[in-house]
Design a protein around this ligand. Sequence first.
Ligand code: ATP
Ligand code: MG
Length: 752
Amino acid sequence: MDYLESLNEPQREAVVYNDGPMMIIAGAGSGKTRVLTYKIAYLMEQGVEPFNILSLTFTNKAAREMRERIEEVVGSDAKNLWMGTFHSIFARILRFEADKMGYQSNFTIYDTEDSKSVIKGIVKDMNLDDKLYKPNSVLSRISSAKNNLISWRMYENNNELRIEDEASGRHKISEIYKEYAIRCFKANAMDFDDLLFNTNVLFHKFPDVLNKYQDKFRYVMIDEFQDTNISQYVITKKLAARFQNICVVGDDAQSIYAFRGANIQNILNFEKDYPDLKVVKLEQNYRSSQNIVEAANSIIRFNQHQLPKNVWTQNDAGALIEIFKTATDNEEAKIVASSIFEEKMTHGLRNSDIAILYRTNSQSRAIEEALRRTNIKYKIVGGLSFYSRKEIKDMVAYLRFVMNPADEEAFKRIINYPKRGIGLTTVNKLRVIANENNLKIWDVVSNIRRFISGRAATSIEQFADMIKAFQFTVEQKDAFEAASLIAKNSGMLRELYDDKTVEGKVRYENLQELLNAIKAFSEDPEKEDKSLDSFLQEVSLITSTDQDADEDTITLMTIHMSKGLEFDHVYIVGMEENLFPSQMMLESRADLEEERRLFYVAMTRAKKKLFLSFALQRYRFGKLIMCEPSRFLGEIDRTFINARGVVSSSFSNEPPRVPSGFTKVGSNNNQPTNLNQRRTSGFNKKTTQVPDNFVACDPNDLKEGMRVMHVKFGEGIITKMEIDGADKRAKVRFDREGEKTLILAFAKLMIL
Ligand code: ATP
Ligand code: MG
């Protein structure tokens, strides 16, 4: 049992304890995921059957990686583990039990785009103002209702929700919710939230079904527990009710999905729900250098709401954190690209050792351009993934409709693509006929002559015949052959082939690539079910971090997507006020704390080196705006920072201009490798501690003559205020250290 040797004491203790509920709330990089992985391997070694273990992860990729590790210990039996995201696992159960819920087992899973399109249709049909009832916001209202286990019936009768909706002038949301639920049901479709919501309904309404799964899942494990919502919590609580062998791991400091309904309360409730809970703490970080661990600790301390933890590491002090100050967003991108180039040369890194993280997807554009110019290969995780491209969604819609002809969203995509002269008016007419006669859209389409005549009827009849032929093909042939035939005979392949523009060629190649993926799927010896249906199920649950990386590429992604991952070098870009922390998240202290946790997550992805950058000007919403450095930069303990002021023409041979305030603060190039050693040689540990009541003050509050305190230099008096370009500086005469010039965006000064 070598793997037990590779664990520290509390980790090992957590792995071998399996008699009852357990919660591991531990710091970033402390081996939580590793403990879960080995716990499963250990259980299997003890003779527990894999199909009795349920393990829930944040991405399918994480599940795959865990499974591979487990396989190394216990062999191929690991394939039979129930391991995956909440959505994929419960989709599987719902397919199995679909008939009980009035669904067919081949139900479609609507993605967000489908859901929004349904809502748009409803808003139109109900003659509501589409500016007031924006699909996005209506959907998020419905989504949070579902995640709080509120059905449309409950919503209708809930006074509080009604008052809230009326206050925002949208008293029809409850009606939209009802209609949305009906339309999804009629289309034999569930959206992402339904997968959890309906599982709850299933377990609630059918105790025998619940019983069966309670019996089956003797051990339940949840990774990233801090980001579960109420709906997920209730499901797992029900499932574990019999054996009570539930183990959850998480980190409250990394809770970053409150805006989507995740509830930190789940961690606190857990102790109440399981009185004989065993709680394990892991505090040793194995991932990151000391500088990174300590810097991350120094910022998270600014949050009031957190469980006490002391994350530490035995790793080397490592490099200081670099901060790049740049003139514009384009310049920031260039500097990041050139730094990556340099780092790769000096440290012999692979691209895959490096990640660039940002707060919002739109920040990737400038960076992509710079990387392309520098010839550095990259991939974007999230954003527009392969399966979100229009041509792929169109083709998948064909396959979806062939398999589930009740799927109205798929129908809308393909009925007139490629063009076959069936206009929007006709399509709407078909939907009205279906509604009035309480029929599914396919019932109307496949019997069109009963309802309409004329040219449109002929076109629709041809379309219906084509779909019937496809259905026959799917029954007769394997997934790849059937899909190829559908691509060809639907006219899609031709349509894309005929488009000779650059984008057209790419789209054609993408369609070929989809067919390749289906081929690989249908030939995969590991797949039990090689049907087209099963392929579609997998595709609809792909999470954005799941694309496989064959090529050696840099990873670009939002911080939200980076959870649980680790890279040698991490660049966090756009460290500016109103961008990070996001403008939308500055409404309350709780929002700001969530943004800070997000920053904590970002920092703790780095193993060896962390780079932060900000621009003084940036294009946002089509306008060039002035930016101020993020308050989070000011919160990092200066001991761990090497701030380089990099200005324009950074690709020239001039050495970067270093603002005077920085030279004293952190450019200690002869840093000893051991942090403790460095602390004793020059930095008094006590003065680098952030006082509990410390608030980095707004530079605008400062005036000459004020007495201030600096975290490292102690107390002093402001002798002069200066403005240099976008920088505000203060000359401060410190009692102990003499006069220094500080850049106020960075220097943490407290007014005394
Ligand atoms: P996060 O909070 O980011 O999800 P985590 O707590 O899940 O992090 P892991 O990803 O399990 O942490 O571990 C972080 C890194 O430390 C991994 O590379 C892991 O292999 C390594 N690690 C964990 N425990 C040990 C150990 N006892 N000895 C050596 N390496 C370890
Ligand atoms: Mg983890």
